[in-house]
Structure formats: C-alpha cells, structure tokens
Design a binder for this molecule. Structure first.
Ligand code: GLU
Length: 446
C-alpha cells in the first residue's frame, strides 16, 4: 500500500467538536497505523465566517487529542493556485459564467418544484450569447462561475463504504467561483488535495456527493485521484447532527470538563462500528483497533454518559507513567503507590487532588465512637506499614471488639479519611502512615 498522506481540513468558523474528532482521528490513526503523514489544512476561504481565534484553537485542540500534524497550510494563502486552476477550467470550457441573482435562482427552483421537477440548475447561462453576456455586465452584473458537469455516473471504490457511485446527471453544476471572486470549498479542496499529493481523503458521508463532483474536477484538471473514504456521522442520542452549537461537546468544552482525550478519541472512532467501545492505553493501541470495514452505514449515536464512563475507565487503566507529568502539572506530588491506590476512584484526573489531601492531610476525622477508635488505635501495628498492615490490624480489632463487616470497617474509614467512601484502605493506610493514623483515630485533624 502507498504510504498514506492524509489531511484534516476544518473551517475555522467554530471550535472543533466531537463530530470533527471522528474524522480527525480516523485520519490520524490511519496514518499512524501505516507509517503515513498528516496534513492540517485550514479551510479558511470564507473570509466572513473564519475567525482567528477559531484558527488558533485548532492546533491546540488537536494537540490535546494527541494529534501533531506533520505540516499545515492555509487556503487563504493559496488563492493564486485556485485562480490558476479556475483559469485552466475556463480554457477547457468546463467553467462557465452565470449571472442569475440569488433571488432569480430561488424563483427558478420554486417553479421547478411546483412542476414536480428536481431543483437542478437549468444551465440557462450556457445559452447566453456573447452580446447577452456583455449586456448583463454592462448592467453591472458580475458572473459567478459554474463547473460543467459530465452528466454521467461517477464511481469509486470507497475505503469505508466499498463500491460507490453518484449519478451526476441529477446534480446542479456546482458554483466554483462566487461573483466576488471568492471560492466556496469545492475547488480549493481539490486543488490542495492534488497539489499536496494527498493519497487518502477520509471524511464524513455528508461529502459523498462532493466526491463525485470533485472526481470530475480532478479529472478535468488532469490530477491524480486520491482514494476516498466516507464514514458515517456521529449524531446525538436522538439522532440529530452534532452541530457547532453544542458548546459543551466542543473539544475545549470537554477538556475544561476534565474528560480524558484518549476516551474522546476512542469513543469518536469506535462508536458506530461493530467494535466494542472500550478504554485503550494509548493511541497506538487505538490505531490497531480501527477497521474501516467495521464502520456501519447507520448513524453513529454518540452518548454523553458513555463518554463520562469511558473517560473514568480510561483513567482507571492508566499506569503511573502515563499520568505522572499531568499530576505534577496539577501540583500533586504523587507517587506510583498513591496512583495505584486511588486511580480506580477517579472520575477525573483532578479528583486525585482530593485523595492526595486525604493521604497527606490535614483532614478532619469523623469519630462516632471514641472508645472504639481508641481500642483500634491501641492495636495499630508498629510501622512501617505495608499492604498487609490493614488486614492484620482489622483482624486484631475484630477479635478485640467483636465488630465485623461494615461496623468494623466504616468507623475506621471515617476516622482515617474523614469520608465514608474511597479507595481500598489496604492501599491507603501505608500512604497515610502510622503517625497520622494514630492522630486521626484520636480525633485530631492531621
Ligand atoms: N472543511 C470541510 C469540512 O469541514 C472539509 C471536508 C473535507 O474533508 O474535504 O467539512
């Protein structure tokens, strides 16, 4: 197989969200798995809606997911290439000027629909004579430019969906150049994919029709066709598309909420496949799980609660090395035994701070029965404590007091941690240590 060169091509008109993460991760993991490269392309030809703050957020959000592009380009800096391609299409008779206003086009569509016809552009502008065009331009009209489609079926072997085809006879000739000379997405995308030597275009199935059109444009420009793959889209649980308005599902929103990026990546690509959504230890592992052949045609329903749960389970599986740097960044001077003791109790990494406080103190112990606590304190083994201390101590306390089960463990937990839930005390007790344990059993804040 050719070494892949893939791209992600977000428009900086909003923050990246979980739906974008699906495409991004399919591309990134595909490149990882096959030793390929990954291009970040800013689809920023829409000058009005593109915003610098959204553009600046894109590489940050990608980095959070673990995606570090090998190269990046901005379409706004490549307009000369699009001008040149448009000129070649004009010269080849594949790009023709049209003068209808938006209102006129709208009226045409309504008339077609009223007569039961598909609302396809009727190519009226193709029939204009040079004199008619000159007259329209003398009126001050500026043309927009449409690509003359071949009215034939375009087929390709889709990386995800298998043999695919679209009948271009049922499509309107697409506008490639607006009347103000700006470019909608279609032509710049083709020019860049060909110019950069993109080998695989992997994107959402909302682009299937674009692909047919773009294949014709690439052929008209004499470029090499990439392989196309279209995956199903993530939807909300009720089946709606994920739009940029769902702010809390933006990658930044998820980051701020403390969701694990690896869980976002796993859920983004495993939802809507025949593979179980499950925690992974690394993107490498995830790359080995992604099979395009397992991606379903049905919408992939994204479940926020599942993300929460997967995020927690992802944390629970991390070894200390995977989180040591992040714990340090949270000002938690954690050790491996501490991590192994508490990881199973975390919903978010930042929750580790609370357990660090429990271990380091001071905490306020909760003592319902001071006599019981004193009896237990008297039986605390000599230090240093290890993983077996808890068992031998509680056996001794049970023998001396007759307490068992919850009546034995809960008062000890409340005294030692000030809480009635938490990690295994067998693991916590050695971290708390003998001195603090004695103080806490005596009801002192320590
Ligand atoms: N800017 C387009 C989008 O975000 C890119 C689509 C493509 O990958 O070609 O939908």
């Amino acid at each position: 197989m050719t070494v892949p060169f893939v791209r992600t091509a977000p428009s900086p008109t909003g923050y990246l969200h979980i739906g974008n993460a699906r495409s991004i991760m399919f591309n990134w993991l595909f490149a990882m798995r096959h030793g390929g490269r990954f291009l970040l392309r800013y689809d920023d030809t829409d000058r009005v809606r593109s915003k610098p703050e959204f553009a600046a957020a894109i590489p940050e959000d990608l980095a959070w997911l673990g995606v570090i592009p090998d190269a990046s380009i901005k379409q706004s800096e490549r307009l000369a290439l699009y001008d040149e391609a448009a000129e070649r299409l004009r010269a080849a008779g594949r790009l023709y000027p049209c003068y209808e206003s938006a209102d006129e086009l709208d009226r045409k569509r309504k008339r077609q629909l009223a007569r039961g016809l598909p609302p396809v552009y009727d190519r009226a502008a193709l029939k204009l004579t040079a004199a008619e065009r000159a007259a329209l331009e003398a009126e001050g009209r500026k043309p927009h430019w449409r690509f003359l489609l071949d009215w034939e079926e375009v087929g390709w072997n889709d990386l995800v969906r298998g043999p695919s085809h679209v009948d271009c006879a049922s499509l309107s000739d697409p506008v490639l150049v607006r009347e103000d000379g700006t470019y909608p997405y279609t032509l710049p995308s083709v020019v860049d994919d060909v110019d950069m030597g993109i080998t695989h275009v992997i994107r959402g199935e909302d682009h299937v029709t674009n692909t047919a059109v773009q294949i014709q444009i690439i052929q008209a420009l004499g470029g090499a066709l990439p392989i196309f793959g279209h995956h199903n889209l993530l939807t909300t649980a009720s089946g709606e598309g994920l739009s940029k308005r769902l702010g809390h599902l933006s990658l930044r929103g998820l980051r701020e909420a403390g969701v694990e990026p690896l869980a976002v990546a796993a859920l983004a690509v495993l939802t809507g496949t025949s593979d179980a959504v499950r925690p992974v230890a690394s993107l490498d592992e995830l790359a080995g799980l992604v099979e395009f052949a397992h991606v379903s045609r049905a919408p992939a329903k994204f479940d926020e609660h599942e993300l929460e749960a997967l995020s927690a389970r992802t944390l629970h599986h991390f070894g200390f090395a995977a989180v040591a740097g992040r714990l340090a960044a949270l000002d938690i001077p954690a050790t491996e035994p501490f991590w192994l003791a508490v990881r199973g109790n975390l919903a978010r990494l930042s929750d580790a701070a609370g357990w660090w406080q429990v271990v380091e103190g001071p905490i306020t112990p909760e003592i319902a029965d001071p006599a019981f606590a004193a009896a237990a304190a008297a039986l605390l083994p000599a230090g240093p404590f290890d993983q077996t201390t808890w068992k031998s101590w509680t056996q001794a306390v049970a023998a001396a007091t007759g307490a068992k089960g919850k009546a034995l463990f809960m008062p000890l937990r409340q005294a030692l941690t000030g809480l009635d839930h938490g990690p295994e005390l067998a693991a916590l007790l050695p971290l708390i240590g003998r001195d603090k344990a004695l103080k806490r059993l005596a009801g002192e804040a320590a």
